[in-house]
Design a protein around this ligand. Structure first.
Ligand code: MG
Length: 383
């Protein structure tokens, strides 16, 4: 790792773990965090969870696992150049989607709706819940007992009400402070990754076309450059050559603009970064506008495409049926989850029961949710 800047996260200034444990021998604290995430069961399940496309639709599309790896790659490159803590950036990137429900955004909205009387459901907060509470791997503590910095990075946003209940990691939402720079990098690396791979997957699925995409400056500029340089290039290579240039353009802009902001603000420590009145990692205004235009395009043409909408409606139905079914009759839950639901219900009543049901559903992969729905509600599946 290149030499760390004064404002990077480092072991020596870490705010530590919730449960004290001896330090790692041959790894940094953040490497240990990363390794714990890679070995977690929530991480493995990302392989069968999707963002836009349902998993069984085809093996060519991104899953949350490959998405998280792409985010980690982009975040590490940026962190290294900016002399930030690459291990922490990688950790946050690999963990950032751990709390996602099956069926991407549709699943999150459905579960949030189901939980509206019981404190709601936020996927980002759920990612923190996975690493703090739900993973069962260690004798000494629940969850993965990650460092404060990793947890701070995972919790990108949360409501004020939830922030108040969270203790240390919730405080910055109350005091309107920033997270460390590594978390800020991952946030934008996430945006770069999903915008670009949704273009790629959308084209592959034929939900959007190159002609349509040429309305978007960010795509069109690079597309024209590639066309001029390689007039005979067609098909996948033309698409990928364009996308890789878009990613590069965004990453270079982010690095150079952030470098400028960091030089101007000159924070002297990670705490100075946290206390600064705005984020110090960001695109130039021009690139921010271009990225927004691409986002808008994807929202209108891909995420609201009628074929995506059909999947959304089905996903919504599956999750609502499951939630209502389990709430109505907790004996439909596998024994382990039944016991958790009973335990939570004893502590906090219906809200507790609902939280246990939401945890169970959020942990499902797309295909597991489809199977579970069939097993419970399809009378021809009497097994
Ligand atoms: Mg993401």
């Amino acid at each position: 790792m290149s030499e760390l800047a004064v404002y990077a996260a480092r072991d020596a200034t870490s705010r530590g773990r919730r449960y004290t444990e001896p330090g790692p021998n041959y790894r940094s604290q953040y490497q240990r965090d990363r390794d714990r995430i890679v070995h977690s069961s929530a991480f493995r399940r990302l392989e069968y969870k999707t963002q836009v496309f349902v998993n069984h639709e085809g093996d060519m599309f991104r899953t949350r696992l490959t998405h998280s790896i792409e985010v980690a790659q982009i975040a590490r490159s940026i962190a290294r150049i900016l002399h930030l803590n690459e291990d922490l950036a990688e950790t946050v990137a690999l963990a950032h989607d751990l709390g996602h429900t099956p069926f991407g955004h549709a699943g999150q909205d459905a579960l949030n709706h189901c939980m509206s009387d019981y404190g709601g459901f936020e996927h980002n907060l759920q990612s923190l819940r996975v690493v703090d509470e739900l993973e069962e791997r260690y004798a000494e503590f629940p969850g993965l007992n990650l460092t404060f910095e990793s947890r701070e990075g995972i919790l990108k946003h949360c409501s004020l009400q939830n922030a108040k209940a969270l203790g240390d990691v919730g405080e910055r939402f109350i005091h309107k402070q920033q997270p460390g720079l590594e978390a800020q990098v991952v946030n934008l690396a996430d945006e770069i990754a999903y915008n670009n791979h949704d273009v790629d997957d959308g084209l592959r699925a034929k939900l959007i076309s190159i002609e349509q995409l040429c309305e978007v400056a960010l795509f069109n500029d690079q597309f024209q450059v590639v066309k001029a340089q390689y007039p005979k290039l067609t098909g996948r290579r033309l698409v990928h050559e364009t996308i890789r240039r878009m990613i590069n353009l965004l990453v270079v802009d982010l690095i150079e603009n952030s470098q400028g902001m960091l030089t101007a603000a000159a924070p002297e420590s990670i705490d100075a970064v946290r206390g600064y009145h705005r984020e110090l990692i960001g695109f130039s205004e021009h690139m921010r506008q271009q990225s927004l235009e691409l986002k808008r395009f994807l929202r209108n043409n891909l995420y609201r495409h009628y074929r995506v909408h059909r999947m959304t409606v089905k996903a919504d139905k599956i999750l609502r049926d499951l939630f209502n079914g389990f709430m109505h009759n907790i004996y439909l839950l596998p024994p382990e989850h039944q016991h958790t639901a009973q335990r939570y219900a004893e502590a906090t009543g219906e809200a507790g029961k609902a939280r246990a049901v939401a945890d169970y559903i959020a942990g499902m992969t797309d295909r597991f949710a489809i199977m579970e729905h069939r097993r419970i509600f399809d009378p021809s599946e009497l097994t």
